[in-house]
Design a protein around this ligand. Structure first.
Ligand code: 5GP
Length: 213
């Protein structure tokens, strides 16, 4: 019997200003089977951000309650605020064969790696540190202090690229998005992910013929 392949869990990290948010947005616009998990955070909404769309904005008490209830797949303190991936939905979507993106920091990604061995871990790199600085300043949504914190963290974070499966330099948006799409496409072809027995069993004779005749 044909059983559905599980969706791919894609974890995307990278320093602020590397452009991971824009890449993720473009990916979900272009690919209807890819879902972006909405995180919870204790940070205040930025202008234009909507509760339940960009983040679930929680108080520290609400966040702590959810931690106690084991409501997060992972959570971490980033730049002085808490962020976490709600457990509900992620498992369900993967079971339904939908691909799920988590755009989370390195501490969170390392926690996910412990529990989702089959996850695909992608690190987004800026073309250069100079360009990264320019992008963070251009964004303009940060106070001077948080800008410095983000920049210092970016230097440290880049060392963690080796913990990931793939590194994508975000030189131009289109190219970076197509590289991530290629990674996802390749991962879906991995034999250890294919559950659809019709490919591996009923075609056995055919594959055998092609390989050995
Ligand atoms: P921002 O405040 O700019 O939206 O996000 C700051 C950082 O928090 C980014 O590096 C982002 O990837 C990370 N982040 C967002 N959501 C989560 C989450 O659910 N878990 C973790 N660990 N990090 C998150």
């Amino acid at each position: 019997m044909m059983s559905k392949n599980k969706g791919v869990l894609i974890v995307i990290s990278g320093p602020s200003g590397a452009g991971k948010g824009t890449i993720c947005k473009k990916l979900i616009e272009k690919n209807k089977n890819i879902y972006l998990s909405v995180s919870a955070t204790t940070r205040s909404p930025r202008e234009g951000e909507i509760d339940g769309v960009n983040y679930y904005f929680l108080t520290k008490e609400e966040f702590e309650r959810k931690v106690k209830e084991n409501g997060f797949i992972e959570y971490a303190e980033v730049h002085g605020n808490f962020y976490g991936t709600p457990r509900v939905n992620v498992n369900k979507m993967l079971e339904e064969g939908k691909d799920v993106i988590l755009e989370i920091d390195i501490q969170g990604a390392l926690q996910v790696k412990e529990n989702f061995k089959e996850g695909v871990f992608i690190f987004i790199l800026p073309p250069s540190m100079e360009e990264l600085k320019r992008r963070i300043i251009k964004r303009g949504s940060e106070t001077e202090e948080s800008l410095m914190t983000r920049f210092k963290n970016a230097y440290k974070e880049i060392n963690y690229v080796s913990k990931y499966n793939y590194a994508v330099v975000n030189d131009t948006l289109e190219l970076a998005v197509s590289k991530v799409e290629a990674i996802i496409a390749a991962e879906k072809c991995r034999v250890d992910r294919i559950k659809d027995n019709t490919i591996l069993e009923s075609k056995e004779g055919l594959i055998h013929e092609q390989l050995y005749d």
